[in-house]
Each structure stands twice: as structure tokens, then as C-alpha cells.
Ligand binder design. Structure first.
Ligand code: GSH
Length: 360
């Protein structure tokens, strides 16, 4: 398969780690050379996008991984125990959608990070644009900072909370990694692959957050390399059969941040609003863009929750004793994205996380 990706991209790093682990052969390609064709087939220019040898296109890293699990089932990355599996999917969703803001903030707000990444990005994706390099760098740095930092609610007032969210992720992971090499067992699960999105190509690589990781959470730094070097061994793969106690701090963080945001986003989407405000852990965020894609994320989590038995729901609730987690079960709260109603993902037309539009 051909993976259209970018070497410093969040979700490309997540998918690559998965493909490497499973031993699935792939070749990397730049999306910008074939942009028109990609957009025609997949609906959006975002990475990663996968072109299969049989001509089918796949988009969106989570459905891609879930579909590949059907084709390449051994060794599984989904824990066998339904309660552990649900918690793993929840951690993955938090990694995909909540840690994104902190990752973009560190990359585009700090001078060293911005200088380095604007250089890497223009050289990789804008080589064909005929303009001086310094202008292209300025343009891309401004686009990213405006679009993903300022317009995503990072201000002088919220910045300390955004950064505390990164440290909370590191602390939560460190606690879990003190007991086993991967978050939920002796092999990486979908929770580990999800966290490779923010941790590999952003927090572990951009100068400012990477220094924090090395100094404050060396166990996560070590896990990063372990994940990148992980190779699927012969089955059976061993995951925990019950959610470990050491997961409690990370799960609290997931509920208090990601689930709080998913609830506000879905409520605003249902009312047809374009922006919403929310208070997370006492920090007030204003004018956040409503994301249809994240309504779909909540729908997917609810669909997974609906497959649990009453006894399993009770167990999940015991691990998520936070009021925010109730949105996973409260069917009456709105979460109807209208996206992928036919259940064709990842072989469908993608939508961007922020809005339907394709950024130019
Ligand atoms: N839900 C998608 C998100 C993909 C995504 O947003 N990728 C980013 C880069 S990491 C992107 O291509 N953004 C488009 C842009 O910045 O123009 C996935 O998991 O694959």
C-alpha cells in the first residue's frame, strides 16, 4: 500500500507505528504531488491517506487501523476483554482529539519549534510553490498558528491549562508504564498506537515538549522508542484482563478533558452553532470551533459502549466515576453527525476535523 503522509504529522506517525508493528509493507508518498487525485478519491486533503494495491482508498487513522485488524488479525491490537478494549478505544480517542490542541500549541507558539517545523514543512510540502523560502515559512507558521492555536482557544488565559494537559498525559502514562512495557499489557494496544500520534511526531520530536518529556517523563521517552521498534511477535499477545488501578489518573484526565469537550461540541453541533464555550477543570475556553468529526467520535464511542453487557457497563463506570463519563451512556444527549451513516469508513469520503472545508 501507498501511505500519503508527512514526516512530522501526528496521525501519519500513529499509522506508521501500527504498520511497522504489524509488518504490513507500505511505501510513503507525498500528498502534494498527487493532491488533485487524492481529493477526488477521498474528499479531503489530510494525512494519512492510503492507496491500496487494488486501487481502493482509505482515510482516517482509526477506521484504517480497525479495518486492517480484520485483514491482518494477528497479533491483535484490540484487547480481548471487552471492558479493557473499550477503555483502550477511549484512550485512543483522547490521544487523537484532545492532545491535538497542546501539540499544535507547542509546535506553533514557541519560537524554536516554529522555526524548525516551518522549515521542515515548507521543504516537504511546498517545494513546488514558487516563492522565497522565508515567505513560505512565514505563511505556513501563521496559517498553523492562527488555524490550530489561536482559533482553537489557546490564549494567555488558557495556555497554562493546555500545557498542564500535556504534563497530565505524561504523568498518567508514566504511572501505567511503571507496571508494564505498554499501557495495557506486554504488547502495544490501540491505546498505545493512539498515543503515538501526539507523542511521536509532536511531543517527542518538537524541541520544547521533547525536552519536557526527557526531563520529566523519561519512561514515556523510552516507551516511544520501544513502540517504534516494536515488532509483532508470534501470538498470543497478552493484554491485561482487567483495567489496572494505575490507569486511574489517565482515565480521570480523559473524562475531565476529552469527554467534557465532546459533550459541549456535540450539543453545539445539534443546535447548529459554529462555536462553543466550555469550562474544563476550571479553565474557561471561548469560541472553540464546532467539529462535526468529533460528533462522529462521540457516536463511535457510544456505539462501542452500546455493545457492552450491563455487567461490563458497570465495570467501565467503576473505572470512570466522573460525571463527564455519563455522556457515554446518555442516549438522549445529541450526537448525530450524519457522517458515515452507511458505515463505509475507512473506504468513504473523509471530512476534516475542523469543519467540512478543505484548507487551502
Ligand atoms: N481523523 C484523521 C485526522 C487527519 C488529520 O487531521 N491530519 C492532519 C495532519 S496530522 C492534516 O492533514 N491536516 C490538514 C491540514 O492541516 O491542512 C485521522 O485520524 O487520520
Amino acid at each position: 500500500m501507498k501511505v500519503y503522509g508527512v514526516s512530522v504529522s501526528y496521525y501519519t506517525g500513529k499509522l506508521e507505528t501500527y504498520l511497522r508493528y504489524k509488518g504490513i509493507a507500505y511505501e510513503m508518498a507525498s500528498p502534494y504531488a498527487d493532491a488533485r487525485e487524492i481529493r477526488a478519491h477521498t474528499g479531503a486533503i489530510q494525512v494519512p491517506m492510503v492507496l491500496r494495491d487494488d486501487g481502493r482508498w482509505m482515510s482516517d487513522s482509526t477506521p484504517i487501523i480497525l479495518a486492517l485488524e480484520q485483514e491482518f488479525p494477528e497479533p491483535a491490537v484490540l484487547p480481548q476483554d471487552p471492558v479493557v478494549r473499550f477503555v483502550a478505544m477511549l484512550i485512543e480517542d483522547y490521544a487523537d482529539e484532545w492532545l491535538w490542541r497542546a501539540a499544535m500549541h507547542y509546535r506553533w507558539s514557541y519560537e524554536h519549534d516554529r522555526a524548525l517545523l516551518s522549515r521542515v514543512l515548507v521543504d516537504e510540502v511546498a517545494g513546488h510553490v514558487r516563492a522565497p523560502r522565508f515567505l513560505k515559512r512565514r505563511h505556513i507558521a501563521r496559517r498553523q498558528h492562527r488555524g490550530f492555536v489561536v482559533n482553537d482557544g489557546v490564549t494567555a488565559a488558557t495556555q497554562p491549562h493546555v500545557e498542564a494537559g500535556y504534563r497530565a498525559a505524561l504523568a498518567g502514562m508514566t504511572q501505567m508504564l511503571a507496571e508494564r512495557p505498554y499501557l495495557l499489557g506486554q504488547a502495544p494496544s490501540i491505546a498505545d498506537f493512539g498515543l503515538m500520534g501526539p507523542m511521536l511526531r509532536h511531543f517527542g520530536q518538537d524541541p520544547t515538549p521533547a525536552e519536557i518529556m526527557r526531563n520529566e517523563a523519561p519512561a514515556v521517552w523510552e516507551w516511544l522508542a520501544r513502540m517504534w521498534n516494536a515488532q509483532a511477535s508470534a501470538p498470543p499477545v497478552e493484554f491485561v484482563t482487567a483495567v489496572p488501578e494505575c490507569a486511574a489518573p489517565l482515565l480521570r484526565e480523559v473524562a475531565e478533558t476529552h469527554l467534557e469537550q465532546l459533550a459541549h461540541n456535540a450539543a453545539a453541533f445539534a443546535k447548529g452553532e459554529s462555536h462553543f464555550d466550555m469550562v474544563v477543570q476550571g479553565c474557561a475556553y471561548q469560541r472553540l470551533p464546532v467539529s462535526r468529526y468529533r460528533v462522529y467520535c462521540l457516536e463511535r464511542l457510544r456505539a462501542a459502549a452500546a455493545e457492552l453487557s450491563t455487567e461490563q457497563v458497570t465495570q467501565v463506570r467503576a473505572h470512570l466515576p466522573h460525571p463527564q463519563a455519563e455522556i457515554l451512556w446518555r442516549d438522549e444527549a445529541p450526537a448525530r453527525s450524519g457522517y458515515d451513516v452507511a458505515g463505509e469508513a475507512p473506504y468513504n469520503k473523509a471530512i476534516n476535523v475542523f469543519g467540512e472545508g478543505v484548507p487551502e
